[in-house]
Design a protein around this ligand. Structure first.
Ligand SMILES: [Zn+2]
Ligand SMILES: [Zn+2]
Length: 356
């Protein structure tokens, strides 16, 4: 249980829930700590408390609620013991946003790893032995050949990038700029590369991450630690001065967004993903957006179809790119506190917490 920043996580036992119609109990095998878990843990992001943190989760179906069978994304009834991951949030299917193709913004959204513990539903996060899935959760079966540590970040990092590329109109034969080479940026490089992008340009302030990006399919890596000038030159050279077709912003930095927009070609698309924390306002030229026919789109959470695609992508491509190197350390559940301390101190791409 997480209570507040600066207070150690508490180990607590809860009775297993009585499942209602449409609910599923999963025995968790693994959870990876996402950047937003670290932000919450450090008090830089508000969350209802006490809560069970962790939303990048995989596990095996332990029990199924009564009533009609609960199905996976292919409409196949779930079986006890089946290996699964699930959408970061459950949606009601009936509200204003659910009916307008935005289930990820449901008015009654139930978000794993972000819900206050209550008597009826204490087990809603990844740092536990079990997770209690609500009706309206998109559940995706995992192929047995996909290793735990590769599959685990799928339902946050990989699915979010899949959504960004979908919203960005795909990347076949496109020049794609990816700003930020963290977990999402590396997945974006691999998705763009396997999706047929003609160039995958990635920028970051960290040389080691850029080195890794090459192995994830980046064709040009530019360090922007000293400013965005070199990035501008690279884009200019590669596109005959026109600019990139598609840019995906994953760093959340206001400066990166201001630097990114002028790098788009006329008619280019800009997908903003990284700015999930309050930051300074960004200064953009409305005239340039108008004259240059630019599209800017935000992506937060993702739709169930994005998770299905993310898992299918990993199943097909995890040998092609070094996804198995991204989780650098594994801790047992009883040492979850140490996992956070380690992640904050050494800033690896991911650490994992395993149950049992
Ligand atoms: Zn996350
Ligand atoms: Zn809804």
């Amino acid at each position: 249980m997480f209570h507040a920043a600066g207070r150690p996580l508490e180990l607590r036992r809860f009775a297993l829930p009585e499942l209602a119609v449409g609910e599923v109990l999963v025995r968790i095998s693994c959870a990876t700590l996402c950047g937003s878990d670290l932000h919450t843990y450090q008090g830089r992001r508000p969350t209802p408390t006490p809560t069970v943190l962790g939303h990048e989760i995989i596990g095996r179906v332990e029990a199924l609620g009564p009533g009609d069978p609960v199905c996976d994304d292919r409409r196949v009834p779930l079986q006890i013991g089946q290996r699964v991951t699930w959408s970061i949030a459950a949606s009601c299917g009936r509200c204003f946003f659910c009916q307008r193709d935005l289930p990820q913004k449901c008015e009654r959204l139930f978000k794993y790893g972000h819900e206050a513990i209550n008597e009826r539903h204490p087990l809603s996060g990844g740092l536990a032995e079990f997770c209690h899935l609500a009706p309206g959760t998109a559940i995706v079966s995992l192929p047995e050949a996909l290793p735990d540590l590769v599959a685990c970040p799928a339902n946050c990092a990989t699915a979010t990038v899949t959504a960004a590329l979908r919203v960005g109109g795909g990347c076949s034969d496109q020049t794609v700029l990816i700003q930020g080479a963290g977990m999402l940026g590396l997945a974006a490089c691999a998705l763009a590369n396997s999706g047929g992008a003609s160039e995958v340009i990635v920028c970051d302030v960290d040389e080691n991450r850029l080195e890794l990006a090459k192995r994830f399919g980046a064709t040009r890596c530019v360090c922007v630690a000293q400013g965005a000038e070199a990035l501008g030159t690279t884009v200019e050279e590669l596109t005959d001065g026109r600019g990139v077709d598609l840019a995906i912003e994953l760093s959340g930095s206001a400066g990166a967004i201001e630097a990114g927009l002028p790098l788009l070609r006329i008619g280019g698309r800009y997908v903003l993903v990284g700015a999930v924390f309050p930051g300074p306002p960004v200064s953009l030229s409305a005239e340039q957006i108008v004259r240059r026919w630019l599209s800017i789109h935000g992506v937060h959470n993702y739709a169930p179809q994005d998770l299905s695609r993310a898992v299918a992508f990993l199943a097909e491509n995890h040998h092609r790119y070094p996804f198995d190197e991204l989780v650098t350390e594994t801790f047992p559940l009883v040492e979850a506190e140490r996992a956070f301390q380690h992640a904050i101190k050494t800033r690896p791409l991911r650490v994992a917490v395993v149950s049992g």
